[in-house]
Design a protein around this ligand. Structure first.
Ligand code: ADP
Ligand code: ASP
Ligand code: MG
Length: 324
């Protein structure tokens, strides 16, 4: 398939300005390739942390913080809609967000009454971040003249019931993607789908683990057989070291699947460690790009290692680990 998957992380959908940059990047890609890309989005930055904090509060019966937290999440999403989606479509997109917000409020209230937060309940609440952001991004792209179709990730990614770290079921997910996503591409629509989220065969919401939107992008790309999986983030690519630890690390232009996977596994947070698995099995290149500097070349990750001989590619580290 000529189409590509474009995944945008939390900072790349954080507010109206970030979503405007996303729209420009998606338009340029659609114009370049001719085929509609599939857009996968994370929750707006910090929203997942906030949702999980509220779930913990609810499990202790603390109801006061729930109300203010849900109000803040609601305000952020409605502000982005206000800035990006003019009437008459604004009302419909706002109504979808309001409905999701009310569901979230009801779930948290129920947990606060019951004082419980099972992994299954945590996932029901954590999934709201991507369900909300994908609604906003779909509405914003549509308002910018790009014909889109919002896809419910719970219909498109089928997982086991290992809540909070669910694994995709490859055959079922392949079938679901062909049913829920491929027809939109065939009719010229850009599918917009929340990352991180899936559902069991019975339709109960699951999540793929923290940072799992990268993994969703790779699962979707592999299931549809796209030409490339793009990970749009807030740095210029895979760097020679964690920029929060080392000053001025360099971008690594080209990595093999094995090298990238190892760096991700050992702490290079820019890529979820499982992302490479679906790409390897289908031999689809992965590119890491900066949504604030789309002109930068980024990092290309392919099956074949780059030709030049490099003694050290990059360093990664994990904190607070004791090896016994
Ligand atoms: P997103 O929200 O786009 O998924 P993440 O916060 O998950 O972004 O990952 C990007 C961050 O990963 C960067 O801002 C950077 O601080 C961190 N990071 C850690 N190690 C590396 C590395 N080797 N190369 C690039 N970024 C890294
Ligand atoms: N929103 C989820 C998280 O913060 C998934 C992701 O952003 O990749 O972990
Ligand atoms: Mg990430």
């Amino acid at each position: 398939m000529n189409s590509v998957v474009m995944k945008f992380g939390g900072t790349s959908v954080a507010d109206a300005d970030a979503i405007r940059r996303l729209i420009a990047i998606v338009s340029a890609q659609a114009a370049r390739s001719g085929a509609p890309p599939v857009v996968v989005v994370s929750a707006m930055s910090k929203v997942t942390d906030q949702l999980l904090r509220m779930t913990a509060d609810a499990s202790r019966g603390e109801r006061a913080t729930i109300s203010s937290g849900v109000d803040e999440i609601r305000r952020r999403h409605l502000a982005a809609i206000e800035a990006l989606v003019p009437p008459p479509d604004r009302d419909a997109v706002s109504a979808e967000v309001e409905q999701q917000i009310e569901e979230l409020r009801a779930m948290l209230t129920a947990l606060a009454i019951l004082r419980e937060a099972s992994p299954r309940s945590c996932d029901g609440i954590a999934a709201a971040g991507e369900l909300l952001s994908s609604r906003v991004v779909a509405g914003a792209l549509q308002a910018a003249g790009i014909r889109t179709a919002w896809v419910d990730a719970r219909q498109a990614i089928v997982t086991d019931d290992h809540y909070t770290a669910a694994a995709p079921l490859t055959v079922e997910t392949g079938e679901a993607l062909k049913r829920e996503v491929a027809p939109h591409i065939a009719t010229g629509l850009v599918p917009v789908i929340g990352g991180y989220v899936g559902a069991t065969r019975d339709g109960v919401a699951t999540t793929l683990g923290r940072g799992g939107s990268d993994y969703s992008a790779a699962i979707i790309g592999a299931g549809l057989g796209v030409a490339e999986i793009q990970i749009w983030t807030d740095v210029d690519g895979m760097l020679t070291a964690d920029p929060r630890v080392v000053r001025d690390p360099r971008v690594v232009a080209h990595l093999s699947f094995g090298e990238a996977s190892e760096l991700a596994y050992f702490g290079a947070k820019v890529l979820h460690p499982s992302t490479i698995l679906p790409a390897v099995s289908t031999d689809i290149p992965v590119r890491i790009l900066n949504s604030r500097r789309p002109e930068a070349a980024g990092t290309l990750i392919t099956a074949r290692p780059p030709l030049n001989d490099r003694p050290i590619v990059a360093l990664a580290c994990k904190r607070n680990i004791t090896v016994v």
